[in-house]
Ligand binder design. Sequence first.
Ligand SMILES: Cc1cc2nc3c(=O)[nH]c(=O)nc-3n(C[C@H](O)[C@H](O)[C@H](O)COP(=O)(O)OP(=O)(O)OC[C@H]3O[C@@H](n4cnc5c(N)ncnc54)[C@H](O)[C@@H]3O)c2cc1C
Length: 282
Amino acid sequence: MYINASYIKPRTLEEAVALLAAGEARILSGGTDFYPALGDRVVREAVVDVSALAELRGVSREADRFRIGGLTTWSEIIRTPLPRCFDALKSAAREVGGVQIQNRGTVAGNLCNASPAADGVPPLLALDAEVELVSRTGVRRIPLADFIVGSRKTQRKADELLTAVLVPRALEDAASTFMKLGARRYLVISISMVAAVVQVRDQRVLAARIAVGSCSAVARRLRALEGELMGTSVRDGLGGAVRPEHLAPLSPIDDVRATAEYRMDASLRLVQRALNSCVESG
Ligand SMILES: Cc1cc2nc3c(=O)[nH]c(=O)nc-3n(C[C@H](O)[C@H](O)[C@H](O)COP(=O)(O)OP(=O)(O)OC[C@H]3O[C@@H](n4cnc5c(N)ncnc54)[C@H](O)[C@@H]3O)c2cc1C
């Protein structure tokens, strides 16, 4: 059998974007979504394996933001000391498959694969993250909320590499929580998942960000609820403020994992618990 494919492993970002500019190619990072998605098929396109680009690994602190290199693995996210606003992202990282998957799977792969059930998306949406895309012609940054446009669909152009996720430092001292509901405790695709980030001053909410995944083609922020929580006292918790109408941005489906109705009910409870957990953790 003749297979018209090539495999190239660049050593620098410059080399990688030059290869992507030279013609259509598939990007390979950890391969934990790439290979399962192939099923029985053989790769026929050129493959650019970016996993050797050390410059895209790790988390760094810049003047007004954190830079999470696109190739940072979930295990690296778990191990890196980070402020509490990242607790939700760390919890999500611990939920991505098992340890072997966390050792290989990257943040960029999770976002670019754009599964409605991607665990990395709600915590990063709740942190107002942006993605950085680099091609041979330049760099562009777009909010994560605009980057993923549908199930398995993003705004990435064929010659662009997701090099980093940028998180503003404005919510650095906020508490954050991630809660995932599945049919069993481990190694599970979620029925619903919620990330909440809550910043409190003098016992009142200064900022709240809530994102729900697995209940629409793209994870959604609950902006009406976020607005209503501003200035609310946290003394009796925040869960009581959540009403079914706050879930209006969600459009869950019936599937093998749960009915749409169950997903809505579960999401309501997860949002209530996540908000309470944020304020209980002080
Ligand atoms: C057994 C198993 C369990 C899993 N469990 C979970 C789970 O619980 N939760 C969850 O969210 N995910 C889960 N996953 C999915 C997967 O592990 C994650 O989404 C992971 O983060 C993907 O990263 P990767 O580096 O392996 O991506 P890859 O497989 O290398 O790539 C995924 C996609 O992103 C593109 N891509 C990769 N890197 C870049 C880049 N830098 N720039 C542009 N495009 C890029 C690739 O072309 C491909 O289309 C599981 C997978 C397996 C096999």
